[in-house]
Design a protein around this ligand. Structure first.
Ligand code: C2O
Length: 607
């Protein structure tokens, strides 16, 4: 381990003996029930765009998310009744109970589209606030899927024709030429992201909870609708209903650099606020740690393909692993990211953002990301991953059927400047929205990380002994501040599962109560049973379970974010040939920023 170029700058691991009883913490991922409801209605705290009151009230989300087990059930029932009152009061009750779920207290609680009249300033840092609210509208129209004659095909950005490029540039220039206050203008489109991501909206009925479309199951649907309207506006501006935006095909070797069409300073596709060390032909680092890893282009490509395999195949076997954790009305924001949002979506934002700028503008901060035309191509590929994910084999690779997800809604301005309310249920298939992706090769499907030769000592009881790293494993009393490499032994509740059990439930490592300041970038990596030997490990090896990665996006409701992470273990444990072991050694390696970890445990997820 010490010889790894990735690890050499870190402090050596603490040396003590594991105490597994300290490892299992209370279940972290919040249920619908762990709510704090404040019924006072929010008053708009600004009246004009140029008069912004600087106010940063902090609530401690972490306390709400992690009640003690003894109190949890009682509080749950109570909060559900409270919430029902609130929802009835708002006319937002979709159904009193969800008997199918077997829980008589369960109530429908989709996140509602924000009330634009209550949009407030967005927060970038403690001292830097911006106003990015859209105009309000008297009328809100419910979304109906478009009728169309031909599907629009979104092309890979590195493969577009000259004719296409002329059209795209014309459309984008027209969008940039619209007056700033036109909701279809490029400036307004960029601000859509700022408002939904940096705390400009509260949840309807829950003035103490910001609305946040990242770090949860809202991530994919929100961005799909966002791109849909962006595309329709561009098509309308050039009077071409078949116009489709390009996608940055970063999951294939030729597509990994920033597409050349975005790198021409005379083009409307250009943005000067990008990392100048990362211009084409440098391939993107899908595991970007905040500093360059010094890989050759070929090493980078191979590392990227392995990461894609891990995130799309091994780490996304169920809806919650792919999409992220449930986030319902009244919940604290940011319960947990899905696989693709985490990696490579987040590292690519940071890899493109300009380190010369104060806040990583444009791509490196959510408030400004939409100002870079490349953002929409990046998200085109993120969206394409959703479409691909559903086509991969595996019986649990289907979207949620939970109505709280399906009925969650957003509002966007369309190509006719109408304000449209869209529900998640209307965006599940790209074809319903009239588009599809140009079919291209998917090279990562064959890029399973390499199993290393793992030599297990006969007769040893646990992995710690077998791996010869027992003395490295910390006796950890969580929470721990991750300021050096830590190794923790985590017991496995079940071993030697059958093929059927594995298909039905994915074994996951749950990293609980990850806390950090949300205006700072954060990344840490997770390895399983990583041995102390000559070969350095990285994303290319089986031991690499995944990473946690965050784009700065301050919210006013809390300066600190509390979230969780689940990483799929089934494939990885098979590759390491340790399915019979009663524990694993988890190595946490800090990369960027200051993080606290609340606990580790192994769980099984089926949806
Ligand atoms: Cu809304 Cu890539 O972030």
């Amino acid at each position: 381990m010490a010889s790894s170029p990735f690890l050499s700058s870190s402090t050596p691991p603490t040396s003590t003996v594991p105490n597994s009883s300290t490892i299992i913490q209370t279940s972290f991922f919040p249920k619908t029930t762990q709510l704090s409801i404040n019924k006072k209605l929010r008053k708009p705290y600004h009246s004009a765009p140029n008069k912004v009151a600087v106010s940063c009230k902090a609530t401690n989300n972490g306390n709400q998310q992690n009640p003690t087990p003894s109190k949890k059930n009682a509080e749950s029932a109570l909060n559900r009744f409270d919430r029902r009152d609130v929802l009835i009061g708002l006319g937002g009750l979709y159904g009193a109970t969800n008997l199918a779920g077997g829980d008589p207290f369960a109530l429908a609680a989709p996140i509602e589209a924000p009330d634009l009249t209550l949009c407030g300033e967005a927060t970038v840092t403690d001292t830097y606030h911006v106003y990015c609210c859209p105009p309000t509208s008297e009328k809100i129209i419910d979304f109906t899927p478009p009728s169309f004659k031909k599907l629009r095909f979104r092309p890979a950005a590195h493969l577009v024709t000259d004719d296409y490029l002329v059209k795209f540039k014309t459309a984008l220039q027209k969008m940039k030429d619209l007056p700033d206050d036109d909701p279809r203008s490029f400036k307004s489109q960029a601000e859509v992201h700022c408002a939904y991501c940096n705390g400009a909206y509260d949840q309807v009925g829950f003035p103490d909870q910001n609305l946040q479309v990242h770090f949860s199951w809202l991530f994919q649907p929100f961005h799909r609708f966002y791109l849909y309207f962006y595309e329709r506006i561009l098509g309308t501006l050039i009077d071409d209903p078949e116009f489709a935006i390009p996608f940055w095909n970063w999951d294939t070797p030729d597509g990994m650099p920033i597409p050349a069409i975005y790198n021409d300073p005379s083009s409307p596709l250009y943005d000067s606020k990008r990392n100048v060390a990362h211009l084409p032909p440098v391939p993107a680092d899908l595991d970007f740690n905040g500093t360059d890893r010094g890989l050759t282009a070929e090493e980078q490509i191979q590392s990227n393909l392995k990461s894609m395999y891990r995130q799309m195949v091994s780490n996304s076997k169920t809806a919650s692993l792919f999409h992220g954790e449930a986030y319902r009305a009244g919940d604290a924001p940011s319960p947990g990211m899905g696989s693709i949002e985490n990696i490579p979506h987040t590292p690519i934002h940071r890899w493109v953002g300009d380190p010369r700028e104060d806040n990583g503008e444009d791509m490196g901060n959510f408030y400004s990301a939409g100002r870079d035309p490349l953002f929409y191509a990046h998200h085109g590929n993120v969206d394409r991953m959703w479409a691909l994910w559903k086509q991969l084999p595996g019986k649990k690779r289907t979207d949620f059927t939970d109505t709280d997800w399906l009925d969650s809604s957003f509002v966007f301005y369309d190509e006719n400047k109408n304000l449209i309310r869209c529900k998640v249920r209307d965006c599940l298939e790209t074809k319903t929205l009239g588009y599809a992706y140009q079919p291209v090769d998917i090279p990562w499907l064959k890029s399973k990380p390499n199993p290393r030769k793992y030599k297990k000592k006969k007769g040893s009881r646990g992995v710690a002994k077998a791996a010869g790293i027992k003395s490295d494993v910390i006796k950890s009393v969580f929470p721990i501040v991750l300021n050096k490499i830590v190794r923790v032994e985590v017991p496995r509740p079940r071993t030697k599962r059958s093929k059927y059990e594995k298909e039905d439930e994915e074994e996951v490592l749950v990293i609980q109560n990850i806390k950090f300041k949300n205006d700072e970038a954060v990344k840490f990596d997770v390895y399983i049973n990583d041995e102390d030997d000559e070969t350095p490990t990285g994303p290319q090896d089986s031991e690499f379970a995944g990473s946690f990665s965050s784009v700065p996006h301050r919210q006013k409701s809390s300066a600190e974010i509390t979230t969780g992470l689940k990483l799929g273990l089934t494939d990885l444990l098979e590759d390491l040939d340790v399915e019979g072991d009663d524990s694993i050694i988890v190595t946490l390696v800090p990369r960027t920023g200051k993080v606290t970890i609340g606990g580790l445990k192994i769980d099984f997820v089926s949806s």
